[in-house]
Design a protein around this ligand. Sequence first.
Ligand code: SF4
Ligand code: MG
Length: 329
Amino acid sequence: MENLKTSFMTSNGEVQAVRGVSFEVRRGEIVGIVGESGSGKSITNMTLLKLLPDTAVIKDGRAMFQGQDLTKLSMKELRKIRGEKIAMIFQDPMSSLNPLIPVGEQVAEIIRIHHSDRSREAVKQEVLKRFAEVRIPEPEKRYHAYPHEFSGGMRQRVMIAMALANNPELLIADEPTTALDVTIQDQIIRQMRELKEQHGTSIIFITHDLGVIAELCEKVEVMYGGLIMEEAPIDELFEHPSHPYTLGLLESMPSIQQDKAERLIPIPGSPPDMTNPPAGCPFAPRCRYARKICAAELPELQPVGEGHSARCWLLDPEAPAEQNPFKKR
Ligand code: SF4
Ligand code: MG
């Protein structure tokens, strides 16, 4: 993705949801995108597949996938890529499943759209194989069951089976574990890892939970106000966080070693209104380190280490050393 910009045209004006986002996902790599709701992380990825409402406009940028710019493809061309080469899973499986059709048939349909030459029986066998892969018990029986007969966790497995139906090369998972309890969350994360190991699938994993990112991802993009605030290999991010927003996310992360009730510090305030995005750093109103320049000018993303960059005035060579958590390095 290069300099991707997406806006919504509303009666209140232009909402700049994504304001110039660039990052790369390699083959077989799991990249996490983390940020609070409203940070632009979902819209960035929906822009890739043009799964956007009519009010949305892609204003600039490219999204290159195997030599093609996805933002330039027609809906027909994109439909061919969607579900076959790039698949998505969302937080709420119920809204993506048809309540009136047995789940097995719904997964079969996805395969048939892209492989009309395959026999009914061959497609059914493929679906059963997928169900077994995502550990749906008694696949043969479950094939004919309806969505309401599944638990939330089981429905999410059906969604994963559906996403994997055609062996996609890129899987975009948008908060797929958020509504699930911790045990099922762990199983889903394990499945994502297996998928990458067995099929070399690339995964973009969107979440507000740095804990999930820590368990799964190799690289992380921290988003805020429609911008990437920090990008780093996962270990680097935890060892040398280089942005006040990342520090805030880390402090608000529950940890098993710490007494949760005492140590959890949420970031005060809320994300900016993107109808009138601030001229300077969008995090300035909530940042304990904000100085005069922060509200006036947007800092550039600048390198701070191997594969590691961040967007903050504290990283500027001219920045004062006192009250500066990033000067010590
Ligand atoms: Fe805080 Fe300023 Fe850095 Fe923004 S640029 S995160 S306001 S110190
Ligand atoms: Mg979202």
